[in-house]
Design a binder for this molecule. Structure first.
Ligand code: FMN
Length: 200
């Protein structure tokens, strides 16, 4: 069983990085094999080039898939589960992760019909887990319908039917870290078990 983590935060001093470290400890304790794409550390290119736009916008699947995109697709193909970890910025993921979806979900692979038979189609991944930290408390994000919007976009659209089982955990209330940290730690501790349950 193998899990791939897509992590998106620029700072190792962040609460989101703290969450990544806790997840790593949990996966190590549960003896779950994992790899990480640390998008800022890799300096992952999130902007589309004009050639990529030509490929995506007009479904020109004969145009090449960039090497860095192919590498990310390879990591997904090798994984039974994917975990996305990021902070909520303006009610969504950071632009770098949005750019990861723009580029890595290439036409013919993650969506759309592929005329060329040699184009690889994305394999359905057993489990997709989205973990985001948020300054606002969960209750408030639910009340103003932003939590529902985030679930709608991340789970229904971006993960979509590419994942057999998908979940989103909002670790809210980070403006008062000391108050929420124990509750968040408890949630993180359950992740290894979820992976074992859904990735087998
Ligand atoms: C640019 C920016 C935009 C943010 N937008 C939101 C937001 O829309 N909703 C929210 O609840 N928190 C928002 N926050 C707060 C972050 O979600 C919060 O700081 C993060 O979850 C945890 O902090 P970290 O940066 O230490 O990991 C924002 C923070 C930044 C820096």
């Amino acid at each position: 069983m193998k899990v791939h983590i897509v992590f998106c935060h620029p700072s190792k001093k962040s609460y989101t990085y703290e969450i990544l470290e806790q997840i790593r400890l949990n996966l190590d304790a549960e003896k779950i094999n994992y790899s990480i794409s640390d998008l800022y550390k890799m300096n992952f290119q999130s902007d589309m080039t004009e050639e990529e736009y030509e490929r995506e916008g007009f479904a020109k699947t004969d145009l090449p898939i960039p090497k860095d995109v192919k590498e990310e697709q390879d990591k997904m193909e090798a994984a039974d589960g994917l975990i996305f970890i990021y902070p909520v910025w303006w009610s969504d993921c950071p632009a770098k992760l949005k750019g990861w979806f723009d580029r890595v979900y290439s036409v013919g692979y993650a969506y759309g019909q592929s005329a060329a038979s040699d184009i690889r189609k994305m394999t359905t991944i057993k489990y997709g887990l989205v973990i985001c930290t948020a300054g606002h408390p969960n209750d408030f994000l639910e009340e103003i319908n932003i939590a529902a919007s985030m679930r709608n976009i991340m789970l229904d659209d971006r993960l979509g039917n590419r994942f057999a089982k998908k979940e989103m955990i909002i670790l809210g209330g980070t403006l008062e870290k000391e108050k929420v940290r124990p509750m968040h730690a408890k949630i993180i501790d359950s992740i290894g078990n979820k992976i074992k349950k859904f990735c087998n």
